[in-house]
Design a protein around this ligand. Structure first.
Ligand code: ADP
Ligand code: MG
Length: 388
């Protein structure tokens, strides 16, 4: 059993830096839990607090109900794998993996048993007598994993363990770690700044920004129902399109067109609309229905990737919309001349060329609306989704 609970946990460094603000969440027993966020948002600090390498400034962390705030790291039965894994070049693979067990003075037969078992799981058995210099980057990373594995911890903590590997190896190791976690069934907390890695690996994903947890959920929930503008912009590649929006009459007005908007949002209010690139498609007709937008635009730039086609189009915001106090997530995308770039993901077999005129269509049910005050998603209830 290893359930990890955060009750109002905060972290303030001696110099006053606040790195974690009142975090409340639970990592379930046996769960593969991913923590993702931009560099510097506090992920490593949070992980170090779980393992006991950083003190807790406020609140409490419980493991299986027991408060561990003041528990010595070596009594927590947790193993951590870092990005810069230190394996000893003069030692064989076997000795590298056995290292923590020798340190703990386990009997030799027990050490051999655990090393052989870990090596088998990680497919390192034929390499046990080799020195690290003769191994590939992926194999070395597996040695570092093996060293964590032999301790048979109740929790694995991995801090960006694949960041130093090249893209192909990263994908391969990603699959191996996911398989390993399922096979062992041990609680695993995995930190990454890479949203693709986060979305493809775990059971649940926690998105963090500036010391605050933004949303925790299964990947599908984060993608389809982002709780706020940060999550909307961070999860998904290419990122969700964001546009200024205004409610007038029972309509939602966007710079690319207007649709009927039955939800009860006060007239005259502003918001930020979000549309995923795949939710634009070539317009089926020339005139829009009340629940669709047809946007007449032209192709600025194309990215053809074989299986995908990304079409970049630009809009020029009218003067009165440029200077509105939009949230940072939108403001940072608007050029000084009011230019805002939008991306549509279209069928890669379409013969679309740069400069060509296009009519793109988007349905109302694929438009999400966010508050400009709180940046929260305004249409999140399932009922509200179903009504659209
Ligand atoms: P991440 O792992 O998400 O990149 P970190 O947890 O390493 O982020 O750091 C979060 C923030 O805390 C950063 O702004 C970093 O500069 C700050 N920080 C980390 N360690 C200390 C420390 N010992 N004293 C003061 N600030 C720190
Ligand atoms: Mg870090």
């Amino acid at each position: 059993m290893a359930k990890i609970e955060f009750n109002h946990v905060g972290k303030r460094f001696p110099d006053g830096t606040v790195t974690l603000k009142a975090a409340n969440f639970t990592i379930r027993d046996g769960e593969f839990f991913i923590l993702v966020g931009p560099s510097g948002c506090g992920k490593s600090t949070l992980l170090n607090m779980i393992v006991g390498l950083e003190e807790v400034s406020e609140g409490e962390i419980r493991v299986d109900g027991r408060v561990v705030n003041d528990l010595d790291p070596k009594n927590r039965n947790m193993a951590m794998v870092f990005q810069s894994y230190a394996i000893y070049p003069h030692m064989s693979v076997r000795d590298n993996i056995a290292f923590p067990l020798r340190l703990a003075k386990l009997p030799n037969t027990e050490i051999d048993r655990r090393v052989d078992e870990a090596a088998a799981i990680l497919e390192l058995t034929p390499l046990l007598d080799r020195k690290p210099a003769t191994l590939s980057g992926g194999q070395r990373q597996r040695v570092a994993m093996g060293r964590a594995l032999v301790r048979e911890p109740q929790v694995f903590l991995l801090d960006e363990p694949l960041s130093n590997l090249d893209a192909r190896l990263r994908v391969q190791m990603r699959n191996e770690i996911a398989r390993l976690q399922k096979r062992l069934g041990t609680t695993m907390v995995y930190v990454t700044h890479d949203q693709t890695e986060a979305m493809t690996l775990g059971d649940r994903v926690a998105v963090m920004n500036r010391g605050e947890l933004q949303q925790i959920g299964i990947p599908q929930a984060l993608y389809h129902h982002p709780a706020n503008l940060f999550v909307a912009g961070f999860i998904g590649s290419p990122a969700m399109n964001l546009l200024p929006a205004a409610i007038a009459g029972p309509k939602l007005h966007l710079p690319i067109g207007a649709v009927d908007w039955p939800e009860t949002i006060k007239d005259g209010a502003y918001g930020v609309a979000g549309i995923r690139p795949e939710h634009f498609r070539l317009a089926a007709s020339v005139s829009a229905m009340p629940d669709t937008i047809i946007w007449n635009t032209s192709v600025e730039r194309l990215e053809w990737l074989g299986a995908e086609l990304y079409v970049y189009c630009e809009i020029r915001l009218p003067e009165e919309w440029r200077n509105h106090p939009w949230p940072e997530a939108l403001r940072e995308r608007i050029g000084s001349d009011g230019a805002l770039s939008l991306i549509a993901r279209l069928d890669p077999s379409l013969p679309i060329r740069q400069g060509e005129k296009l009519a793109l269509q988007c349905d109302r049910r694929n438009i999400q609306l966010f508050s400009i005050e709180t940046t929260k998603n305004l249409g999140l209830s399932d009922e509200a989704q179903a009504r659209r």
